[in-house]
Design a protein around this ligand. Structure first.
Ligand SMILES: [Zn+2]
Length: 361
């Protein structure tokens, strides 16, 4: 997810009040460790890589709790909330979830996140409701067999699209509060998929666990994107595919996080000061260029690395203002022509990275 994560916001909330009748059932990795073919997911300790026995590590003895009924393998929290506050927020959302739907739960989220002002809130809500259309576009690029991990699955738009398409999909996100919303989305659709709270750089899976790893607008939110790509390559099976979309650093459009033109053209060290001046302290996720993304994939040992300007799905632009729909239409037309396609690879609004882990499929 892009924007709602970027402005998930600090909170000053009270501890959660969860009535016993609606405390969710505790789930553990072992609860959902099989796919339709009966292949168990290989769970491994994100700290020491030893195999995980249900919710504790046989190697380092670390205990992994459940939060809001979801396995929590985080070693640290995201940049917006510390772990106790994050778990509290997830708990409050989980308490509301049984009595509402996806849209209601997303609205409840922003009602308890007052630092996101009204206009932005509307945009983020639209983004959440739109997420399955965008997810469908990525799912359409994946093979229809094997097990897929989405890193940074947010509110689960892609997970829903993948589950609907019959894929064996697992979702992870650093924010358990978003996973609670994702679970509501799946429940609304009568779908299910394992969802785990985990850091993108330290995943709770054994080596070579997945046929594909997907990451939509995740790399720019990480402190160490290189470590993350290396970690994603680790959990890919030989011959498995990494598929990532992210906003392009050198896009000739506004930065999607802080709405500033050509932010990415500044030297990185000047970006925080510029954003503070223009936007009053918002943290700008440092978008990567197509070339930077390509170098990370190669450094992680991935092969057949291709970075392209992806087609933006019509369904995704449907709910957008007219000028954006026209801009997206023009972009899609331009990317079909060889000359402008090369320009869009460098300066388009987003890039698609596809790479393969070496070895036989
Ligand atoms: Zn361990």
């Amino acid at each position: 997810m892009i924007d709602q994560r970027a402005r998930a916001g600090a909170i000053t909330d009270r501890p959660p009040v969860i009535r016993p009748s609606i405390v969710p059932r505790r789930r553990t990795p072992g609860d959902r460790a099989s796919d339709s073919a009966g292949t168990a997911i290989g769970w491994a300790c994100p700290a020491c890589r030893a195999p995980l026995a249900v919710d504790s590590c046989a190697g380092c003895g670390r205990h992994y709790p459940a939060v809001a009924g979801l396995p929590d393998f985080r070693l640290r929290s995201d940049r917006y909330l510390d772990l106790p506050a994050e778990r509290a927020k997830a708990g409050r959302l989980a308490a509301l979830a049984p009595s509402t739907d996806l849209a209601g739960l997303a609205e409840a989220y922003y009602a308890m996140t007052p630092d996101v002002e009204g206009r932005r809130r509307g945009f983020y809500l639209l983004h959440i409701l739109d997420a399955e259309a965008r997810g469908s576009a990525l799912v359409g690029l994946l093979s229809t067999s094997g097990r897929v991990l989405e890193v940074g699955c947010g509110t689960g738009g892609l997970i829903a699209a993948a589950a609907r398409a019959g894929l064996d999909v697992v979702g992870s996100d650093i924010a358990s509060r978003w996973l609670v919303v994702a679970r509501r989305r799946l429940d609304d659709l009568g779908l299910s998929a394992p969802l785990v709270a985990a850091s993108a750089e330290r995943l709770p899976f054994a080596d070579a666990s997945f046929d594909a790893v997907v990451a939509d607008s995740v790399l720019e939110h990480l402190d160490d994107p290189g470590a993350a790509v290396t970690e994603w390559a680790r959990v890919l099976k030989p011959g498995g595919t990494l598929l990532a979309w992210s906003p392009n650093r050198y896009a000739l459009t506004v930065d999607p996080h802080v709405r500033l033109w050509a932010l990415g053209w500044l030297p990185r060290r000047l970006m925080p000061g510029y954003v503070r001046w223009r936007r009053g302290g918002a943290w700008p996720p440092p978008c990567l260029s197509a070339g930077e993304a390509r170098r990370l994939a190669l450094a992680a040992g991935l092969e057949s690395v291709r970075v392209e300007p992806p087609a933006i799905p019509e369904a995704w632009s449907r709910a957008r203002p007219a000028w954006q729909r026209h801009a997206i239409g023009a972009y899609n037309a331009a990317r079909r022509m060889a000359g402008t396609r090369a320009l869009l690879r460098s300066f388009g609004p987003l890039w698609q990275l596809r790479a393969t882990r070496e070895g036989a499929a």
